[in-house]
Design a protein around this ligand. Sequence first.
Ligand code: ADP
Ligand code: MG
Length: 277
Amino acid sequence: MIKNEKAKATIKTPSPIISDSIQTVEKNTVVQTKGFNLWYGDHHALKDINLDIKKNEVTAIIGPSGCGKSTYIKALNRMVELVPTVKTNGEINYRGRNILDPSYEVEELRTKVGMVFQKPNPFPKSIYDNIAYGPRIHGIKNKKILDEIVEKSLRGAAIWDEVKDRLNQNAYGLSGGQQQRICIARCLAIEPDVILMDEPTSALDPISTLKVEELVQELKDNYSIIIVTHNMQQAARISDKTAFFLNGEVVEFDQTDKIFSTPRDKRTEDYISGRFG
Ligand code: ADP
Ligand code: MG
């Protein structure tokens, strides 16, 4: 039996070059959006979206207000379905499985694809309980394990040193920038694979913004990050790839430096040079 399997494996293994290139594509693409459309009632809000999100990269979504940025990232964890009029077609494959398939376990998806919102939204609970909330829901009760998760998550979100002596205080007592990093820590505590961020710094002051931007850069070593931003300098500073959305379509998707130095589409050029938006 074992011998047979070995023999099969030997025969099946293609030449290293092919096998490596196939593996690279499969391994590196975390979320693949293929011919995806979304309607709110009659309003066609996302049109034939094709985007590959790669592992350990920061992908920025830019574009004017109302072009579908939030709708797109909320589709990636199926949160957009909370709007009853929503209809979709096409595919969104997360690690090779189509999440739009009705049989896909949406709760499990949301533990893998975490989200951070525009306005910091900590729970009205202690800092500790904010972070322990998700793990507790997943059945972790052991105090020592929870302590470890809380510390690791707060460290991961670069806020441990600021809060370690007041873990039992209400998270509402923190500044907006600290609250946003608490929300990022809360997201890390469920050990996600992909982190969606919808304009996470737009309610923050410049110093807190910088901290969150630095954090995003650190987090990409362990996560894949999709960040919506209307701040083009931010996209240029922190992302590897940028997708420019306009009227529900992806006009251009490329390496961030290419988008900002030599865009191929006139509309991208007009947008990044501030002619509209
Ligand atoms: P962005 O995040 O780029 O500003 P959105 O994704 O929020 O854009 O919105 C895209 C389009 O979908 C807009 O025309 C908006 O009015 C519409 N839209 C967003 N949310 C809803 C909703 N819950 N019901 C109906 N239309 C919506
Ligand atoms: Mg939005």
